[in-house]
Ligand binder design. Structure first.
Ligand code: WT7
Length: 655
């Protein structure tokens, strides 16, 4: 198991705990906030009753008999109840007279746009449902979706859920091989794809990867192809069908069945760093309950007036929960953007915020640090006064990245919600509430109401305030994974064997003097230097707090004297030029001054890019290979593998 913690965990550094900047909720936001301080009290007094209240946000065919059946580690929520996810996302809004509300303002990378109302989306989903039925898909079948960020991706997902098929979205940037292994594991019957999508100003193809993946996979009976770019595609008669030929001629009527609350909704694969990807299974009632609640409470969503934008790909869980299911269950209006932040120019995100008057924006620290690198002049050129709440997800947000985000994007006005969760948790678990919680740069703060999470030491004992260890979840939660597809043993081993009776996500964490939670990254990223546990996150945050640094990645490389030595890779901010003479010394001294001499990096290398997974997480494993002069490990999940050559070429100058 890749997630085994290595160190003692509680002997950590204390710099993050010295972060003293505080941002109280803006008064007007607090006065009208969806979630108030009493919510915590109510949820603590009657946790299951609280989740039942949240489940009433949804429309049920039949109400549930039992709120929770818990046979550790297997949970069932709202058993006896029935509902249809697509009806909850669409029909009930249309039936309530909200059919003309915009569901998505979609912006293609080349600048083409589409505005889709709830009524239009419902019609398209009904047509696609009828098309899937015609292609032989029945309740319980798995459908792979390998698409660019276009509205048909949402339509395909909801059409599956409408007929009770289980969608399995594979990020469009993944290879034929990655798609193929996921099709194998899930035994998908149909693949929905497109000829291609637009990325970085070019039409990039998808269909050839599907052809390659499907050639040797007989479970796939049909490939349903959306025409997006118009590029040439190879065609297998009988197997391949055009979306516009099969879907567009269908009826816009489809009578949806209410499925069991525990009916499988989707599978999403997460790749462990080395092992075979895990098919994380989510089901219907509990998942929708928690995504709808957290979307409403954590972002303070006002569906009539807000314009909500999650700048992530639908191929990740962030997109599933906060582009599709949460916003649609809540009747929100969302922006959906196809492309990259620097096409055709580096202000594209802020241009979108200005154009659609986005009021809530949600993105990853990796994006924020990239914007820091590009410089603050770029966002300064746009009117972003519509923004009122900003969110962060995917990695710990370094305090300086938080400050940059707040100042340059949020106009020093907007609260930032740093939301900690995982593919496995399905929805946000630890986060400030923007009308209640004081913001602390870098802290995810508290479990959301109804969630019981804690920080424990090696022996599973809760750490005192000021202590560090591992984050765990004590009680089952509605949107928790129901298992790993086809592998219940691996589910138990991976998440439930480290600490008896506790869910172990694999992340390090601390509690500060107020009891608030700070996430410290994956436990396998902890370094052991002269007997001290030092988290990569802490050293990275210290580096990013230097005025010349936009982004940093830190690894522990084996060291004959100290066990591990700290090796840092840094990217300069746009304003810093080449950093100037003596930069390396300056940075080493800076870390030493902020964290103590024990954390002083042995080496610092200035690099133009860092190796990242396609979901934007830094691949420290590869940097460790470079730092230890080893042959590079598997680079297939990198966004751009040439980055490693550039970094390796830099190596001598660091000595
Ligand atoms: C891992 C889960 C959550 C959806 C996107 C990623 C890290 C996520 C935070 C945060 C610190 C975070 C954790 C977690 N992570 N959000 N706010 N602060 N770390 O989903 O690919 O399943 O990754 O992302 O390490 O375990 P994922």
């Amino acid at each position: 198991m890749a997630e085994t913690p290595q160190g003692q965990g509680h002997e950590t550094l204390s710099n993050l705990l010295q972060e003293s900047r505080r941002f109280p909720p803006p008064a007007d936001l607090a006065a009208h906030a969806n979630a108030t301080a009493d919510t915590y009290t109510a949820a603590e007094a009657d946790r299951l009753g609280f989740w039942e209240d949240q489940a009433r946000r949804l429309t049920w065919g039949r109400p549930w008999d039992t709120v929770l059946e818990w046979n550790p580690p297997f949970a069932k929520w709202f058993t006896g109840g029935t509902l249809n996810a697509a009806v909850n996302c669409l029909d009930r809004h249309v039936d309530a007279g909200r059919g003309d509300r915009v569901a998505y303002y979609w912006e293609g990378e080349p600048g083409d746009t589409r505005t889709i109302t709830y009524a239009q989306l419902k019609d398209q989903v009904c047509q696609a449902s009828n098309a899937l039925l015609e292609l032989g898909v029945t309740k319980g079948d798995r459908v792979a979706i390998y698409m660019p960020m276009i509205p048909e991706t949402v339509v395909a997902m909801l059409a599956c859920t409408r007929i009770g098929a289980v969608h399995m979205v594979v990020f469009g940037g993944f290879s034929a091989d990655a798609l193929g292994t996921r099709i194998d594991d899930s035994e998908a019957k149909v693949v929905v794809t497109a000829d291609g999508g637009y990325r970085r100003g070019k039409a990039s193809s998808l269909k050839p990867a599907v052809d390659e993946a499907v050639a040797s996979r007989p479970t796939v009976e049909h490939v349903l192809v959306v025409r997006r770019t118009g590029q040439d595609v190879d065609w297998t008669d009988g197997r391949d069908v055009w979306w516009h030929e099969v879907v567009d001629r269908q009826s816009t009527e489809h009578a949806a069945e209410a499925h069991d609350a525990e009916h499988p909704l989707y599978i999403m694969y997460t790749s462990g760093t080395t092992a075979k990807p895990k098919g994380i299974l989510h089901t219907t009632g509990g998942y929708l309950t928690q995504v709808a609640y957290t979307h409403w409470a954590v972002f303070d969503l006002k569906p009539e007036t807000d314009i909500f934008w999650t700048a992530a790909d639908i191929g990740w869980v962030t997109g599933h929960s906060y582009i599709v299911y949460g916003p649609l269950c809540n009747g929100a209006t969302s922006v959906m953007y196809e492309g990259t932040p620097d096409t055709p120019h580096k202000g594209r995100f802020w241009e979108i915020v200005e154009k659609y008057r986005v009021s809530i924006a949600y993105m990853a620290p990796t994006a924020i640090r990239t914007f820091m690198k590009w410089g603050e002049d770029i966002p300064a050129g746009f009117d972003m006064s519509s923004l009122r709440v900003l969110g962060s997800v995917g990695e710990p947000i370094n305090p300086e990245a938080y400050m940059w985000y707040r100042k340059n994007i949020g106009g020093d006005r907007t609260p930032i919600v740093d939301t900690w969760w995982q593919t496995e948790t399905g929805a946000i678990m630890v986060s400030p509430l923007p009308g209640v919680t004081e913001g602390k740069p870098g802290a995810a703060m508290r479990p959301v109401p109804g969630i019981v999470a804690d920080v424990v030491d090696e022996e599973a004992k809760p750490v005192p305030n000021g202590g560090g260890g591992f984050i765990v979840v004590r009680e089952p939660w509605p949107s928790m994974l129901r298992g790993i597809w086809g592998d219940p043993e691996r589910y138990k081993d991976t998440y439930w064997s480290r600490f008896e009776g506790l869910y172990f996500p694999g992340d390090g964490a601390k509690r500060d003097e107020d009891g608030d939670i700070w996430l410290l990254g994956r436990v396998d990223d902890v370094m052991l230097v002269s007997g001290h546990n030092i988290s990569t996150t802490e050293v990275e945050s210290a580096l990013v707090s230097h005025s010349k640094i936009a982004e940093a990645a830190v690894v522990g490389a084996s060291d004959p004297v100290t066990g591990q030595g700290i090796v840092a890779f840094v990217i300069l901010r746009g304003e810093a030029g080449d950093g100037g003479d003596g930069l390396v010394k300056e940075l080493r001294d800076h870390v030493s001054a902020s964290l103590g001499p024990i954390a002083k990096p042995r080496q610092v290398m200035v690099v133009p890019e860092l190796p990242k997974t396609r979901s934007g997480k830094i691949m420290r494993r590869l940097l460790r290979d470079v730092a230890e002069n080893r042959q590079l490990g598997d680079v297939t999940t990198l966004t751009d593998s040439s980055v490693m050559d550039v970094i390796a070429a830099k190596l001598p100058e660091a000595k």
